[in-house]
Design a protein around this ligand. Structure first.
Ligand code: ADP
Ligand code: MG
Length: 281
């Protein structure tokens, strides 16, 4: 299980700050008037339905989305003044898997974008890449094509790419999507370990109970920020309705606040788990 208590530093130090940010693409803004503060050592989960602007928010912090209004500062500097060192793990579905690239090359991309994919990287860079691949358990996959990997192995390869430059801030877009339960827990434990080693983490997720409920701080989004705080405070039927436009219930389990969907019974030949089947032997 993850530690629900965030790693605390002696004084609060703002790592990411959004002030009144309105941004989007062509057309109406995706995010409107978003203000958010992430302190050093935070481990933040961003929740919200598809299209609610989670990816756009992460990309805005990276400086990859034009701001219509407001300001974004990373480690105290406006991102308009230059790109800070941030580790980024993109949403896996947005990657073109036919692009012929090996795991090793993916990881090296995180270091020397200018010289990639040439083989004469500095030795220290190669050693660092090996070290991080070793740590993530993918060192034996170095020569394999990225498209031939399992979901969990791909996720690790992109995590390695993000970590190879030793960033102090890590942004991850649905890092536990499409992987099995064991891999998901391994990824989350790894992130927890990094968080305890002074890496500030912001991740998006659709997995409310399996992931978000274990985090110290969650932000609910729907075109803007609906609510933020510890899951025990944020997970209320009212907030979840505003976030997902769905009726959800909240339950307590071993000190954790979990979210349950309204029960539905699907399928024509019910086998005893729906209304009207109570008497079935
Ligand atoms: N590159 C893009 N160009 C135009 N519109 C985009 C682009 N990326 C996302 N959008 C739109 O922005 C909105 C928010 O998308 P996104 O940030 O990906 O949401 P989420 O990650 O929460 O699913 C959606 O309506 C989506 O269609
Ligand atoms: Mg997204």
């Amino acid at each position: 299980m993850l530690h629900p208590v965030p790693h605390q530093y002696e004084r609060e130090e703002l790592i990411v700050e959004l002030r009144g940010v309105t941004c989007g693409y062509d057309g109406p803004p995706v995010l409107e008037n978003v203000s958010l503060a992430v302190n050093r050592g935070d481990f933040v989960g961003m929740l919200g339905p598809s299209g609610s602007g989670k990816t756009t928010l992460l990309r805005a912090i990276l400086g990859a989305v034009d701001l219509l209004e407001g300001e974004i500062r990373v480690e105290g500097r406006s991102i308009a003044d230059g790109r800070p060192s941030i580790g980024y793990v993109p949403q896996i579905e947005t990657i073109d898997w036919n692009f012929p690239v090996t795991v090793e090359q993916v990881v090296m991309m995180g270091l020397t974008s200018a010289s990639w994919p040439f083989p004469w990287h500095r030795r220290r860079d190669r050693e660092r890449a090996e070290e991080i691949m070793e740590r993530l358990g993918i060192v034996h996959l170095g020569r394999r094509h990225i498209r031939d990997l399992s979901g969990g192995q791909r996720q690790r390869a992109f995590l390695a790419r993000a970590l190879v430059s030793s960033p102090r801030l890590l942004l991850l877009d649905e890092p536990t999507m499409g992987v099995d339960i064991k891999t998901r827990d391994e990824v989350m434990h790894l992130l927890d370990e990094l968080n305890h080693q002074d890496v500030t983490i912001v991740m998006t997720t659709h997995q409310i109970n399996a992931v978000a409920a274990h985090l110290p701080w969650v932000v609910c989004m729907n075109g803007g920020i609906v609510a933020e705080g510890p899951p025990s405070e944020v997970f209320t039927p009212e907030t979840l309705k505003l976030t997902y436009d769905a009726d959800l219930h909240v339950t307590q389990y071993e000190g954790m606040t979990l979210v349950a969907e309204t029960p539905h019974f699907f399928g024509r030949n019910g086998r005893g788990n729906g209304p009207g089947h109570e008497g079935a032997a």
